[in-house]
Design a protein around this ligand. Structure first.
Ligand code: FRU
Length: 438
């Protein structure tokens, strides 16, 4: 890394506007098929939700002794699913074939992580000096000095651990050092005290090195401060509370615990309050920025969905434009609007694949709040608690299209051959038919 390249370029925060989001609609190309429960959950003893892949510094899925690894938020499966966020614990799982997963255990077996509970993040293998260091970035949710549950959020780097694979599976070894590396500054990123919305956010750190410069960044979910009396959203306070952003921090020294907040990459002021789990996939020289969001976090006047939304730019710092015009990339069908959530896109040889978790199925009420009205046995029965089928996207510039789904929890390596899609099969059969007619 040279001196000049450790500067962050000058840029303007891109906006997801009410005009763009106002066009949101369930078009065929963005609606995933209905999900049916798999024969078995990834781990029947655990609820599993937000999940990410252990990656190498260049963003590829890490291959640790022939295994790929996922880290997920987990809770015991005998806990009422709606209560899981309050006890979330990071666990890892590994797989030799990308289809069947073994539970590795808690990712921090020897040290107590920070926060009352741990929310989403990212995990990177740094191969250096013949050892495989593992760095885990996560959200410390809640203040551990308080007895009652609190909703504060800060970003933590856990360093000092390592990972290796052998005939017995994958092992994570501590002890880890847990250090708070980022808190909202109240200027670019709203603090809890400033928040006027339904929930404030400063979470979901996602480590990423820009292939163009080699610079290290953390993307994160935040909110843009909109002071009372500001003229954003035509001065309408009811809209100003919707102020979600995709934040970014830069590591000027390249050190894994040294981060400085920069202006958000993108925000959705007057549009949406939560732009969750931001991450980037680079394809054909373009930067695809993805977030998950909920129907209920859109501002009044915008009809959105629980969905994966995406934006594209020619460089990491934008300007970003919404994919498909409105930003919608993958959503649930109208008769199962909450069947999946917390999507994670990753590059594959001929497209982009998207994993997510299997959320509430057999449920078509307009809001997830009504889940609590169901008898407890039904709340358990209708919660997926495992990974959803992987969605396969075809990406062409600013346009995306769902072309197929793979099995639940199927995470292929980047060079793995994928089964023929429906369209490919149809084209092959048509070509065979044509060649026979001569
Ligand atoms: C998305 C999310 C994340 C958070 C986690 C908490 O599903 O809201 O932003 O880290 O869930 O369970």
């Amino acid at each position: 890394m040279n001196e000049a390249s450790s500067e962050v370029p000058t840029y303007r925060t891109s906006a997801w506007t009410r005009e763009q989001a106002g066009g949101l609609a369930r078009r065929d190309d963005v609606v995933a098929p209905v999900i049916y429960p798999p024969e078995q959950r990834l781990d029947p003893d655990l609820h599993i939700w937000d999940t990410w892949l252990v990656r190498d510094r260049d963003g590829t899925i890490a291959d640790v002794g022939g295994y790929r690894i996922i880290v997920a938020l987990t809770a015991p499966s005998d806990l009422l699913p709606g209560k899981r966020h309050d006890v979330a614990t990071l666990r890892y799982f590994y797989s030799a074939d990308g289809r069947t997963w073994a539970t590795g255990g808690r990712i921090f077996p020897e040290t107590e992580p920070l926060g009352q509970r741990q929310w989403a993040g990212s995990t990177v293998r740094f191969a250096a000096n013949g050892a495989d260091d593992l760095v885990v970035y996560y959200t410390a949710a809640g203040d551990e000095t308080h007895e009652e549950l609190t909703y504060s959020q800060r970003i933590v780097a856990a360093t000092g651990g390592s990972i290796y694979g052998d005939d017995d599976g994958v092992h994570v070894e501590g002890p880890f050092d847990h250090e708070t590396v980022l808190r909202p500054d109240g200027d670019r990123y709203e603090t809890e005290a400033q928040s006027r919305g339904m929930i404030y956010t400063f979470r979901d750190p996602w480590y990423w090195e820009d292939p163009e410069t080699g610079e290290a960044y953390l993307l994160l979910e935040g909110n843009t401060p909109v002071p009372e009396g500001a003229d954003d959203c035509a001065g309408d306070p009811a809209l100003q509370a919707f102020n979600g952003s995709v934040g970014i921090a830069h590591s000027p020294s390249g050190d894994r615990t040294d981060w400085e907040l920069c202006d958000p990459l993108l925000d959705a002021v007057c549009v949406n309050q939560e732009l969750e789990r931001p991450h980037v996939v680079v394809r054909d020289g373009r930067y695809y920025l993805f977030i998950s969001s909920h129907r209920h976090t859109f501002a009044p006047g915008i009809e959105g969905f629980d969905a994966l939304y995406g934006f594209v730019a020619d460089s990491l710092f934008g300007p970003y434009e919404p994919l498909n015009g409105d930003g919608l990339v993958v959503t649930n069908p109208a008769n199962a609007p909450f069947q999946a959530y917390s999507w994670l896109a990753f590059g594959h040889r001929d497209g982009i694949l998207v994993t997510s978790f299997f959320n509430y199925f057999d449920y078509d009420r307009p809001t997830l709040d009504d889940v609590a009205l169901l008898p407890e046995s039904e709340q358990f029965r209708r919660f997926g608690g495992t990974l959803a089928p992987t969605v396969r996207l075809q990406v062409d510039g600013r346009e995306t299209r769902i072309v197929d789904t793979l099995d639940h929890a199927h995470i292929p390596l980047p060079d793995e051959d994928l089964p023929e899609t429906f369209d490919e099969r149809a084209a092959r059969l048509a070509a065979e038919r044509d060649s026979r007619s001569y």
